[in-house]
Design a protein around this ligand. Structure first.
Ligand SMILES: [Zn+2]
Length: 307
């Protein structure tokens, strides 16, 4: 049995799995991300998944960004104890295996392309819409990572050069319009209060989605506004690199129709050229497992299975 070791590192959870060349998970485990000494927790997790199992041929890691692929280092926003942390080298030393690293959203895109909603597509943009907006590109079946590994940062594409200042320092980034907190912020600023009468309700994107589904006009408008920004970004990306397929995951994608229906309409309005209009948008089918699947694909891409 040949397999690779896939690792997904996020601010709240570490996950690891042994995955065969067909994408089947042979063994897997998760544990919460500790505040400090993340590497010890990761080493224990890797031991749990690998001990007594088939020996993996390579390791693929998807990690929250920012990262520097040239240096093999990561500085995840939600993990203050890792700043310029040499993750690729640490895991390579620990396992003695070839180790490949990419961003978690890039791994999401790879996973959806390999086993999920983007299966069989030629070129794909994966978008993770949650607290922020991440993305990754798969071109002709291969990840497009860029010189320092930051290709696919579609959340910080400007869809309005006169728009609001973004936390990244840019202006008019799609994240300012379409991320969960920004959808809720705009709705609150425009008179929405979550589930009138239910005071214990949190004013977040989940509550907003439920109210939009129930027909609350401000909640509906918030999703339409967010969808229009996403449509602008998707059409621009399609025009630049001719993607055929978009897969959207992350917490906000769970909103379902209240996000995807206006997104189809907005894309129809925004897109012009035939190859841009031909882009198909799908909801993620792998959900939280997509990044781990993509990390496995990354490892297989680096170390093709023996014939
Ligand atoms: Zn930005």
């Amino acid at each position: 049995m040949t397999c690779v070791l896939a690792i997904d590192i996020g601010g709240t959870k570490l996950a690891a799995a042994l995955v065969d060349e067909a994408g089947s998970v042979l063994r897997s485990a998760t544990r919460p991300t500790p505040r400090t000494d993340v590497m010890s927790a990761l080493a224990a997790l890797i031991a749990e998944v690998t001990e007594g199992g088939p020996r993996p041929q390579a390791v693929g890691i998807g990690c929250a960004g920012p990262l520097d692929l040239a240096a093999g280092t990561v500085s995840p926003v939600n993990m203050p104890s890792w700043r310029g942390f040499p993750l690729r080298e640490e895991v390579r030393k620990l396992t003695g295996l070839p180790t490949v690293l990419a961003g978690d959203a890039q791994c999401f895109a790879l996973g959806e392309h390999w086993l999920g909603a983007g299966r069989g597509s030629t070129s794909l943009l994966g978008i993770v819409v949650s607290t922020g907006i991440g993305g990754g590109l798969v071109m002709d079946g291969a990840p497009l990572l860029g010189p320092t590994g930051n290709a696919g940062h579609v959340g910080h594409m400007s869809i309005d050069p006169y728009g609001e200042r973004c936390e990244c320092g840019g202006r008019g980034c799609v994240e300012r319009y379409s991320s969960g907190p920004n959808l809720a912020r705009w709705a609150l600023d425009n008179g929405w209060s979550p589930a009138a009468g239910r005071s214990e309700e949190k004013a977040d994107a989940r509550a907003l989605a439920r109210d939009a589904a129930a027909g609350d006009p401000v909640a509906v408008a918030a999703f339409e506004r967010g969808a229009r920004a996403l449509a602008g970004m998707i059409a621009s990306t399609a025009a630049a690199v001719e993607i055929t397929t978009v897969v959207i995951g992350g917490g906000v994608s769970a909103a379902g129709k209240v996000l995807f229906d206006p997104l189809e309409r907005m894309l129809d309005d925004v897109a012009g050229l035939a190859f841009v209009r031909a882009v198909r948008v799908h909801q993620s089918t792998l959900g939280v497992h997509a990044a781990l699947a993509g990390a496995a694909r990354l490892a297989w891409h680096h170390t093709p299975p023996a014939l």
